[in-house]
Design a protein around this ligand. Structure first.
Ligand SMILES: C[S@@+](CC[C@H](N)C(=O)[O-])C[C@H]1O[C@@H](n2cnc3c(N)ncnc32)[C@H](O)[C@@H]1O
Length: 302
């Protein structure tokens, strides 16, 4: 959704943009081509390495990259001696590089360690979670993040299996799920379980909520925020943030009349979520669930 992102962010020469999810650097490069500067973050050290190589043609004042979680954006900008920026992009979820590399453990189709940490240097891995979480917690993760209706049966089967040997690799987990959830159609039965574990391991929804609040602090008046989600729970968080921060007034049944909304911080740019064109969806099937929402920061009220 490169052209849609550019239309939403409207980068211009000399402006400073944050790409909070550098990944392969495609969006960052498109923003750079407009003449704007980029502060690029990714919590994945591999993505940072890739972008250092990929964006080497730009000088160090035009592109600055840092391995960091976008939830820590305020701290990162302060370290770069930057107060406010002109725009922020968050293109959420997992990158194709992460999915394709078996050693990262994101794919149920490739043999690898059951890891799934985007920042492989810290925190508990998917194996740690699968081998130590209570059956109730596993069921909650599968049901909530994976929207997996057979969450209870899958959690129980995992807990039974780990009593004989802990889960170490991706395929062992995928096979354990397939034993209780037989294949129906083209989708692998472990799809939702893997997605749910990835979201839990990386606290993706918690980071998103904090990242949105960081954007409030870091955008100059007139600055723009664009967020691409791939999951209904992510989109729900972004949608409710948009609703909460674009309403001029708030009302409660016990109040005689609506009151000014102290969180009226943004103007909506897109009326509703923008989805990729049919051509993009055909070319890149993963983009089918993508939704882009964009906002413009209002001046602080006196
Ligand atoms: C969908 S990819 C981004 C693709 C990128 N826009 C491009 O043009 O190639 C998502 C990237 O965001 C990173 N990521 C996800 N959550 C993050 C977070 N909370 N903080 C920093 N990076 C994050 C992942 O490591 C991954 O590299």
């Amino acid at each position: 959704m490169v052209s849609e992102v550019l239309a939403a962010l409207m980068p211009r020469s000399g402006q400073v943009f944050v790409d909070g999810t550098l990944g392969g650097g495609g969006h960052a490069e498109a923003i750079l081509r407009s003449g704007a500067k980029i502060i690029g973050l990714d919590q994945d050290g591999g993505a940072i390495e890739h972008c250092i190589q990929h964006l080497v043609v730009y000088d160090g004042d035009t592109v600055r990259v840092k391995q960091a979680n976008f939830r820590d954006l305020r701290t990162v900008l302060t370290a770069f001696h930057i107060d406010l920026v002109d725009g922020i992009l968050l293109d959420l979820g997992v990158s194709s590089a992460q999915l394709d590399r078996a050693g990262r453990g994101f794919s149920f189709q490739k043999f690898g360690p059951l890891d799934m940490r985007m920042d492989a240097s810290k925190g508990a891995s998917a194996a740690d979670l699968v081998n130590s979480a209570s059956p109730e917690d596993l069921e909650h993760i599968f049901r909530t993040y994976g929207e997996e209706p057979r969450a209870h049966r899958i959690a129980a089967a995992i807990v039974r299996a780990r009593e004989s040997a802990p889960f170490v690799d991706t395929l062992a987990l995928a096979q354990a799920v397939e034993k209780v959830v037989p294949r129906h159609g083209p989708k692998h039965p472990a799809t939702k379980v893997f997605q749910a574990l990835r979201m839990a391991v990386n606290d993706e929804l918690g980071a998103l909520k904090q990242g949105l609040e960081a954007a409030v602090e870091c955008l100059r008046p007139g600055g723009r925020l664009a967020v691409i989600t791939f999951h209904s729970l992510e989109d729900r968080i972004v949608k409710s943030f948009c609703r909460e921060t674009t309403a001029a007034t708030v009302d409660r049944p016990e109040w005689p009349e609506p009151r000014p909304n102290p969180r009226h911080l943004f103007r909506p740019i897109t009326k509703r979520a923008i989805q990729p064109t049919p051509e993009e969806q055909r070319a890149n099937p993963r983009s089918r669930s993508a939704k882009l929402r964009a906002l413009e920061r209002l001046p602080a009220r006196r």
